[in-house]
Design a protein around this ligand. Sequence first.
Ligand code: HEM
Length: 461
Amino acid sequence: MQLPKIPDTPVVLQMLNWIFRPMAYMEECRQRYGDIFALKLQKNSPPLVFVNHPDDLEQILSHDTKELEAPGDLNDLFEGLLGKSSVITLSGTEHQRQRQLLMPPLHGERMRHYSQIIHDITAKVISQYPQGQSFNVRTISQEITLRVIMQAVFGLDEGVRAKKLQQLLGEILENGSSVWLITLLYFPALQRDFGPIKIWGRQGQLQEEADQLIYDEIQERREHPDASRTDILSLLMDAKDAAGQPMTDVELRDELITLLTAGHETTATAIAWAMYWIHKLPQVKEKLLQELDSLGDNPDPTTIYKLPYLSAVCVETLRIYPVGMLTFARRVKTPITVGGCELAPGTPIVGSIYLTHQREDLYPQPKQFKPERFLERQFSPYEYLPFGGGARRCIGLAFAQWEMKLAIAKILTMRELELVNNTEVKPQRRGLVTGPDHPIQMVIKSQRQIKSRSLETSTVG
Ligand code: HEM
């Protein structure tokens, strides 16, 4: 029986490589061991198997009920922040029930409703920056996505509670993206407050404050119901499961914090990368501006959403440096052969989205940013999978795609921007996802007058 190959280095070295240089390490392992390999990342758990061949991905992602399962207990790294009732940490029928409750407000149909929010908030945020001022593009994209998700989830943008919650979430996620916090997660023995390492305790304190604000908001809604509200919290408070039961306050809290955290950092990073590539490659920017300008004043959001070149730029952005490096882990239920290797029940297995997107046989010259590849051919859901697949496929996929396209279109039509310098930016770990290895500094050169003027005057507040 052939098993997936595992590096013969000590466990602690495998863990450190995985924490500090996950993408380079995966590439080295694929080169050395082939399309399927395993890493020993925790002392008392079985090695984690990595696959990246589209056939193997199809096998692991489309067999969620028979040979493989997608249990929430494999995501227990998230439990501290998201809670036990989050869709990410739940398993089986409970997981399916929560997905069914959460999907309708995030469905493609609802996106027209959120497009005005995305449009207005992007305009407000970008207008805060005067000509000549340089800024980290991630600061802007993060403010846009945090305010948009707050508005979509709670119907809140302005107001004391909204501002406080935005500030707390910003800080929680910034701390969570520290590689040291991830090290603490992999080395649980270090999870104490000692010496200068106060980050763990501070994180708990911030979370408690954020939780209190969320519970206050739920309480207020229960005391003063308002049937005209259309935000996700209101929809979830009205939702009932098959047995006619509404969600409890704890379930509501866990799902709201899940949407707020999963829904803003990821999309903020994707927008920041897109802005980097657009301004790094003049031919990409020129083509994109031509396409956007051809729409005239006040284009319909659906028309923007369907623009072929804008879509190709966004898709290529999530291919070259996918924000989520991996799918969530699946676990083998009955003996199964994947990629020529026998896997025993209990084996955890992940799809390496990063390695799949770097496959030379699918994407020639994979390190080059070429939106045209998506105009020239179609890719299967197992060749291109920035949002994962199967039972745990990202429920915010439509939301993220709309937000990326509308925010980028709005920024580019409002302002002429350029990169402050031409330094190459590479991806690195940011907590459990990835992001730029240093700030992408940009500067506003001028206002763009063409065609976007009437949009600006109507929305900048
Ligand atoms: C560019 C932005 C985003 C990227 C790249 C991304 C990527 C992913 C990936 C790779 C997964 C794991 C899928 C799997 O294991 O098969 C996932 C799951 C998830 N995403 Fe996203 N995501 C993004 C935006 C969002 C947004 C905007 C939301 C919510 C509004 C969201 C909510 C979730 C949730 C709740 C799950 C867990 C689903 C489950 O366990 O059933 N994501 N996402």
